[in-house]
Design a protein. Structure first.
Length: 430
């Protein structure tokens, strides 16, 4: 009995820590894992105790109180999809009474039942209109974003975790469903403001930049004045570029960036982008090497214009934060045993502190050593790159060693079925 109570207390504590101690996407993912693991462990521990210990009903009552009070919807079903637990938040979200759901064996054909559509599409995501996986295939817990437009606008984040039995084998699955509709609506409102402000600023700044570029070529300017105008022109152009980045982010946050996918050779694509950034690398005194694959690669479904934005951002960082006479090695190769191509850019630059790696893909974030090395920068490049790569069905990550260099990797699927069918709003903490 004590063992069950201690397990329950530990699970509740872990869940409480997970719920309240997150600051970004990385910690949020960990919190969801801890919640799923703690809830599953506590549920099964109490379930076993109810059978094995005569007075365990009190412990099960305590457990039900904890799980019923969760803000997120919680469903547990066995290997036959028979629903064994359905909390209050699930009732509010799916608008189905516990008496209707408890003991029912869920099946894909239930999607035709009046009022059951959303629940069935959450349990069987292949039936949902829009899904975006947020975790690696086959790795638990599985995290998936599911969006609906009918019968109403609804955005859900679904975490699925297996529940192990006493023999270690799965006896069912638990789903934790977080309703993110209101949060994403607030995000869209914020994005609308940024979009309007950016559009209002872009016109005047573009005119100023054009005027300064024209003035810089005037023959009557002294060298001193010409240098002043050139610096002002570069600054205004930098402001225009930041405005463009903000507009792009607003479109991504709304899922309206607009992708036009077509099959393309990944090696040829990377070669074209490298040709575009080569002048900047030469100006910075950084050498760029292209490590081509030994054999031809399968084509990938990409939007060349959008994906080039991501790769240019990655390469510009590799050049900007490099050292004198540094190098950047760009590699393209197939991922062994998987329908993906991996592209990486390895530099010999200043590196990233270990505590900052998990924050690199958040908006406006710049590591302290990066700000000391280069005062200019918006902290938007990797956020944009991540959004674009995810829209292509790939993943992006960073490996780095302080003062030794950084490698940015991202994958692209060679199977067109792995490219999201519809564009989703960009991921955001929470």
């Amino acid at each position: 009995m004590k063992r069950v109570r201690y397990s329950l207390a530990a699970a509740a504590a872990a869940a409480a820590v997970a719920i309240f101690d997150f600051r970004n996407i990385f910690l949020l993912a960990i919190s969801l894992i801890l919640i799923a693991a703690a809830a599953a462990f506590a549920f099964y521990a109490a379930k076993e105790a109810d059978v094995a210990v005569g007075g365990a009903e009190m412990d099960r009552g305590e457990l039900k109180g904890i799980l019923a009070a969760m803000d997120d919807a919680l469903i547990f079903y066995d290997s036959d999809f028979k629903v064994l637990f359905y909390n209050n938040a699930a009732e509010r979200l799916f608008r189905l009474k516990p008496a209707e759901v408890m003991g029912h064996k869920l099946a894909p054909q239930d999607v035709e039942q009046p009022g059951w559509q959303t629940l069935i599409q959450v349990v069987f995501p292949s039936l949902a209109p829009r899904t975006v996986p947020r975790s690696r295939e086959g790795v638990y817990p599985q995290i998936t974003d599911i969006s609906f437009t009918e019968p109403e606008e609804l955005s859900l984040r679904v975490t699925t975790a297996p529940v192990p039995g006493s023999d270690g084998k799965s006896v069912g699955f638990m789903k934790i469903i977080r309703d993110r509709t209101a949060q994403l609506a607030a995000l869209r409102a914020r994005s609308d403001f940024v979009t309007i402000a950016s559009h209002q600023l872009r016109g005047p700044l573009t005119d100023i930049s054009w005027a300064l570029q024209s003035l810089a070529s005037a023959p009557e300017l002294s060298e001193t004045n010409r240098l002043i105008v050139q610096n002002a022109s570069a600054a205004s152009q930098g402001a225009v570029n930041r405005i463009e980045s903000l507009i792009n982010i607003s479109k991504m946050d709304e899922g309206k960036f607009g992708y036009q996918f077509a099959p393309d050779d990944p090696v040829e694509f990377v070669g074209k982008v490298l040709a575009d950034v080569l002048p900047a690398a030469r100006k910075a005194g950084v050498k760029i090497y292209f490590d081509r694959p030994a054999s031809p690669l399968a084509k990938v479904m990409i939007d060349p214009q959008r994906l080039s934005v991501a790769l240019v951002d990655i390469l510009e960082n590799a050049i900007r934060y490099n050292v004198a006479n540094g190098e950047v090695v760009v590699k393209v190769d197939a991922v062994p045993g998987k329908p993906f191509v991996e592209i990486s850019a390895k530099d010999t630059g200043i590196g990233v502190p270990p505590e900052d790696i998990g924050k690199l893909f958040t908006k406006f974030y710049r590591a302290e050593n990066a700000m000391k090395s280069q005062t200019e920068g918006s902290g938007l490049g990797l956020y944009i790159a991540k959004s674009i790569v995810q829209a292509h069905g790939g993943e992006i990550w960073v490996e780095s060693e302080l003062s030794r260099g950084t490698t940015v990797h991202f994958t692209l699927p060679t199977d067109p079925n792995l490219v999201p069918k519809r564009e989703m709003a960009a991921d955001d903490p929470g």
